[in-house]
Design a protein around this ligand. Structure first.
Ligand SMILES: *[C@@H]1O[C@H](CO)[C@@H](O)[C@H](O)[C@H]1NC(C)=O
Ligand SMILES: *[C@@H]1O[C@H](CO)[C@@H](O)[C@H](O)[C@H]1NC(C)=O
Ligand SMILES: *[C@@H]1O[C@H](CO)[C@@H](O)[C@H](O)[C@H]1NC(C)=O
Ligand SMILES: *[C@@H]1O[C@H](CO)[C@@H](O)[C@H](O)[C@H]1NC(C)=O
Ligand SMILES: *[C@@H]1O[C@H](CO)[C@@H](O)[C@H](O)[C@H]1NC(C)=O
Ligand SMILES: *[C@@H]1O[C@H](CO)[C@@H](O)[C@H](O)[C@H]1NC(C)=O
Ligand SMILES: *[C@@H]1O[C@H](CO)[C@@H](O)[C@H](O)[C@H]1NC(C)=O
Ligand SMILES: *[C@@H]1O[C@H](CO)[C@@H](O)[C@H](O)[C@H]1NC(C)=O
Ligand SMILES: *[C@@H]1O[C@H](CO)[C@@H](O)[C@H](O)[C@H]1NC(C)=O
Ligand SMILES: *[C@@H]1O[C@H](CO)[C@@H](O)[C@H](O)[C@H]1NC(C)=O
Length: 477
């Protein structure tokens, strides 16, 4: 279904370029609005719903040298899942809310000021809620190489894994726990080394045990990892091996990491994988999050020959007091090709970031309310369903097989317009309750967060050295 969906999409685009000023013309499932922009598309309801089985043949970037497959933590492609029915959307969305509260408590304009004062006393660069960072990759570590499945998170500074011996406690992971004594390439980092002082500046602290450097990272949901700062051989792919990769070898770990063996932090700082691989990959990575938990995406380091040619770039910025995140500038939103009539300052008041670990995009209330109204108008002929969790605009599609949904376009600084995939517009737990996948912040001055649902199927390119963020459509299915 998805394949033919995209064939249709390409044909429709070709048709579009020949008939640019066609007003409200229906063609192969697409209705065009003003100036030939796609206004709405028909989507099968089943394509919006989670699928019970994995479609492994869907990875598109497998020809690239330094690419890892990306798998959803709670989907059928994950070996970490034993029981698909254990997927609890209520829980995921509650954790999402706690991650957002923590991120926003750090930006000065937050309406979550109570938490802001409490969190301000904690060391920098820790405290994020990790339970929602739902995407996994598998890398090799050590000599001989052991495969480890890790969560990746653009909002986390440090890469760490669980290590033996678990002196206090380890949580239950799916891979065997890494044993540094069985690896010939493992070494402890000494307290006197540059790496240890960089750890101190990135995490706000470090400790010494018999002149060996120790790290301690605490997350906002009581998850934590404590252990030795160490170096090891990291194998990204058979052709991409990084010697002396610095990471945390955690002997006391607890929290919401599911059965993952640890975490890859992709934020920009001196201990991150980006800085450590800068000579090789130029502080450049991209990922594509698939439309469904049953499909596979990718995480790619560097700009290699297989990279998409049509990437639109918007500047990356630094958001004051949220410097571990990637700042972006949203300038507007259109529904069915019509810009919502809201002043663009609504988006710049509190600043905006893009995050791989937040599930649902948080908008200024003024923008959210205009979006909800426009979508409600376009969906007026469908039966509404009760609000649930973060969502207040839901539909009952249980009697529908195909639905016509409005297009939603985000406009970013420097003229970048991206037309969201249907999986980035609706969040469907079941056909009888399919909800508009956005939520409002407490105040227009709160930090705006562009979450992972809205990033689905785009190849999202982080050119950190060049300070720009790119989007390329159809990066994965
Ligand atoms: C889902 O999670 C919520 C919040 O943690 C909990 O109250 C509820 O009982 C859970 N539902 C199921 C079916 O486990
Ligand atoms: C850990 O997971 C294994 C199977 O993956 C299971 O047999 C075992 O009981 C679990 N242990 C705990 C403490 O949950
Ligand atoms: C790392 O340091 C700790 C503490 O000094 C020590 O117990 C451990 O054996 C060291 N590991 C290696 C491989 O040197
Ligand atoms: C974290 O643990 C502390 C102490 O055990 C508890 O008071 C607090 O409620 C916990 N926070 C969360 C988010 O679970
Ligand atoms: C890695 O570290 C070892 C031991 O500290 C050192 O001998 C080796 O030269 C380093 N390799 C690279 C590529 O930096
Ligand atoms: C890395 O460290 C240097 C010097 O300590 C500092 O100037 C620089 O800002 C740091 N870079 C990042 C990304 O934190
Ligand atoms: C990526 O590489 C291609 C081909 O070498 C080049 O045209 C493009 O400008 C590069 N992209 C960035 C963002 O550097
Ligand atoms: C905070 O919000 C006010 C408007 O409420 C705005 O004028 C100001 O620029 C904002 N500050 C930051 C740092 O975003
Ligand atoms: C709803 O249905 C009516 C009657 O079929 C039609 O005239 C109208 O255009 C539809 N509205 C939308 C928003 O599709
Ligand atoms: C679906 O169809 C059944 C049978 O016609 C009807 O009873 C039910 O109300 C319909 N549900 C919705 C949401 O339209």
């Amino acid at each position: 279904m998805e394949g033919s969906f995209f064939c249709m999409f390409r044909r429709a685009l070709l048709f579009l370029s020949l008939h640019v000023l066609m007003i409200c013309f229906m063609h192969q499932g697409y209705a065009y609005g003003v100036e030939g922009k796609i206004a709405s598309r028909s989507v099968s309801v089943s394509s919006l719903l989670p699928s019970p089985s994995c479609s492994p043949s869907t990875a598109k970037a497998s020809g690239r040298k330094s690419t890892l497959e990306v798998i959803h933590r709670h989907g059928p492609c994950s070996q970490l899942v034993q029981d698909l029915s254990s997927l609890n959307h209520t829980k995921i969305l509650l954790q999402d809310e706690s991650r957002v509260k923590w991120i926003q408590s750090r930006s000065s304009n937050s309406s979550n000021s109570l938490e802001a004062s409490a969190v301000a006393r904690l060391p920098v660069e820790s405290g994020i809620t990790i339970g929602t960072a739902n995407y996994l990759v598998t890398v090799g570590l050590g000599t001989p190489k052991k495969d480890l499945t890790l969560i990746f998170d653009t909002g986390s500074p440090l890469t760490w894994i669980q290590c033996k011996p678990c002196v206090v406690s380890c949580y239950n992971q799916s891979d065997p726990i890494f044993n540094p004594l069985k690896s010939s390439s493992y070494a402890n980092v000494s307290c006197a080394s540059t790496a240890c002082s960089q750890l101190t500046s990135a995490l706000g602290r470090s400790q010494c045990l018999e002149s060996t450097c120790l790290y301690d990272i605490q997350y906002g949901d009581n998850s934590s990892s404590i252990g030795f700062f160490a170096t090891e051989k990291l194998t990204i792919s058979p052709k991409e091996v990084i010697d002396n990769f610095t990471f945390g070898c955690g002997e006391n770990n607890q929290g919401l990491f599911g059965k993952a063996a640890g975490l890859i932090g992709l934020s920009d700082n001196n201990i991150s994988i980006l800085e450590q691989t800068a000579a090789k990959f130029g502080k450049y990575f991209s990922y594509c999050l698939p439309s469904s938990t049953s499909l596979i995406g990718h995480l790619t380091f560097g700009n290699d020959s297989g990279a998409p040619s049509s990437v639109s770039f918007t500047p990356l910025s630094t958001v004051r007091q949220s410097s571990q995140f990637y700042g972006i500038s949203i300038v507007g939103i259109s529904v069915e090709g019509n810009p919502l009539s809201i002043p663009s300052t609504v988006f710049s008041n509190g600043g905006a970031i893009i995050d791989s670990g937040t599930v649902i995009t948080r908008l200024p209330p003024t923008a959210y309310s205009a979006l909800r109204t426009a979508v409600g108008k376009a969906m007026a002929n469908y039966t509404t369903a009760p609000a649930v969790s973060l969502f207040d605009t839901c539909y009952d599609f249980s009697n529908e097989t195909i639905v016509l949904i409005p297009s939603i376009t985000f406009s970013f600084a420097k003229g970048v317009d991206i037309d969201l995939h249907p999986s980035g517009i609706f969040y469907a737990e079941k056909a009888s309750q399919v909800c508009l996948a956005f939520a409002a912040n407490g105040a227009d001055s709160d930090l705006v967060i562009y979450g992972n649902t809205q990033q689905k199927t785009f190849e999202v390119v982080y050119d950190v050295a060049g300070r720009k963020l790119g989007f390329s459509p159809n990066g994965c299915f």
